[in-house]
Ligand binder design. Structure first.
Ligand SMILES: Cc1cc2nc3c(=O)[nH]c(=O)nc-3n(C[C@H](O)[C@H](O)[C@H](O)COP(=O)(O)O)c2cc1C
Length: 195
C-alpha cells in the first residue's frame, strides 16, 4: 500500500482503545456484584486468540467454584499461618474471601526450554487479553503469583499435575470498589531508537 493510502489512525475508536489499555489497573478491592458468567466466557474466548508460537495453545483455564475457592482459602490460611502465625493466616483468608471471581491460568510444561519460554509468554498474552476484555466491560482484575500458585497442595485442589502444567497466574476479577492510580516511566526512558 502506498504511504498516502495509509488509513487514518487518528480515530476516536483508536483513542478509546488506547484508553482501555492504559487505564486498566490491578484491582484489590471489589464490589459483591457478580460478574456475568457469559462475560467471563467471552473474555476467555479472547484469551485463546493470543499469539502463540507454533500455535501450541499452551494455556489451560480453571474457573473456581465455591467449593474449590473454600479449599483454596483454607490452603492460603495454612501457608500464611506456617510463615507468620494464625492471626496473619486468618487475616489473609478474610481478605481473600472478598474476591468475587477466581480463575487459574496454567501453562503446559515442555522439556524444550525455548518452547517453554515462548509458551509462558503466550499464556501471559492470553491473560492480558482476558483482563483487558473484562476491563472494557467495567470489570477489574488482579494477577497474582503468590506462593500458593507453586504449592503442590494447590495442584491437588485444582486436580492438576505440576509435572504437566504450572500456574502462570491466579486471577481475581470483579467490579472494582476502588481503582488505584499508577505511574509509568516516561517512554523516552525505556525507548531506544536505533538508526
Ligand atoms: C506476572 C505478574 C505477577 C503478579 N503478581 C502479583 C502478586 O503476586 N501480588 C501483587 O500484589 N500483584 C501482582 N501483580 C500485579 C502487579 O503488582 C501490578 O501489575 C503492578 O503493580 C502494576 O499495576 P497495574 O497493573 O495497575 O498497572 C503481578 C503482575 C504480573 C504481570
Amino acid at each position: 500500500m502506498a504511504r498516502d493510502d495509509a488509513p487514518s489512525y487518528e480515530t476516536e475508536a483508536l483513542r478509546r482503545f488506547a484508553e482501555v489499555l492504559m487505564a486498566r489497573r490491578t484491582i484489590d478491592l471489589y464490589l459483591h456484584t457478580p460478574v456475568p458468567e457469559k462475560l467471563v466466557a467471552e473474555a476467555l474466548e479472547t484469551a485463546t486468540w493470543a499469539p502463540n508460537h507454533h500455535v501450541t495453545e499452551p494455556w489451560r483455564f480453571y474457573r473456581l467454584g465455591p467449593e474449590t475457592v473454600a479449599q483454596t482459602l483454607d490452603l492460603c490460611c495454612d501457608i500464611v499461618t506456617a510463615k507468620k502465625g494464625p492471626e496473619a493466616g486468618d487475616f489473609k483468608k478474610q481478605r481473600w474471601r472478598e474476591k468475587p471471581g477466581w480463575l487459574v491460568v496454567t501453562c503446559q510444561t515442555s522439556d524444550d526450554s525455548l518452547r517453554q519460554t515462548e509458551d509462558y509468554a503466550a499464556c501471559c498474552a492470553a491473560i492480558q487479553n482476558f483482563t483487558l476484555y473484562l476491563w472494557k466491560a467495567g470489570v477489574g482484575s488482579k494477577w497474582t503469583t503468590g506462593a500458593i500458585t507453586r504449592d503442590p497442595r494447590f495442584a491437588d485442589i485444582l486436580g492438576i499435575d505440576f509435572a504437566h502444567e504450572f500456574v502462570v497466574g491466579l486471577i481475581w476479577y470483579g467490579y472494582p470498589k476502588l481503582t488505584p492510580t499508577q505511574t509509568r516511566k516516561d517512554l523516552q526512558q525505556v525507548l531506544t531508537d536505533l538508526p
